[in-house]
Write a protein that binds this ligand. Sequence first.
Ligand code: F6P
Length: 314
Amino acid sequence: MKNIGVLTSGGDSPGMNSAIRAVARTCAHYDIKCTGIVRGFQGLIENNTKVLYTRSVRGIINRGGTFLYSARSDEFKTKEGRKEAFKTIEENEIDGLVVIGGDGSFTGGLIFMEEYNIPVVGIPGTIDNDLYGTSHTLGYDTALNTATEAIDKIRDTASSHERTFIVEVMGRKSPSIAVHVGVCCGAENIIFPYKKVDYDRIAQDIKHGIKKGKTSSIIIVGEGEKPGMSYNVQRELRENHQLVAHVCILGHIQRGGAPTHQDRFIASKMGNMAVSHLMTSSKAAAICYENGGIKVKSLKKKILKMKLQNIKLV
Ligand code: F6P
């Protein structure tokens, strides 16, 4: 391994910078060139690269976002796009690739490896925590803390005005954020769009709480395929259950901010392990977090399978 490429792809997540830094610094330690690819797979197609030295990654371990930028590349989904991307690999003499991203990015990396035989290692980076085989993805812990803090604030004003709030959190098909912040904020209900919603029960619960003297109620809604599901919940409660509720969609605030200690620490170890793996093996791998430790797992289709926790939601 003389030159390792690193890119971030898909939705950004806090901890991606910490992982890039660890990759670049581990490369420097072993005297391996580190090539940063700007704007994910799209940057690979467009030969948008920059060499990462030890000093290039200073001061980023604590910064949210990704200083290499990220993109969702439709072109990379095509054979032609990947052909162009491989030209960049050849021109820059890149021997192995670290892909930091979610399931879509891992899938792209795996297909690329199968077609062009370039070793790929995935580092799970997404706030959604929806990759099989790892209990934590980079950014998830930070997103949970951001959402928890925001909902605590909503609780303050909800209590002062004796209101019911519907708070929508991110996670696309994954209920992880909704379930965890719901529990941690003492939400009265958690709704996830892929489960049947029992509005009668929700309305009954809230009315019962009010009767007993509750000053506020919070319903957490997982966003599902696209944001806005909360407005349906609001309408249903108003029109069929005579309950007034306010909507707050937390949105992209959950993707930003300084990574927590946990995200920085795991990212640093994962970045280091990704380089070590590329130095010793050419097998596709995913760096996973399991039972408190970092493990290298084979990057097979299994890792990409959605993790829909079997938790009773409403
Ligand atoms: O994959 C992370 C995520 O933040 C999801 O939770 C959300 O549904 C989606 O990305 C939003 O994507 P975009 O960046 O296109 O707004």
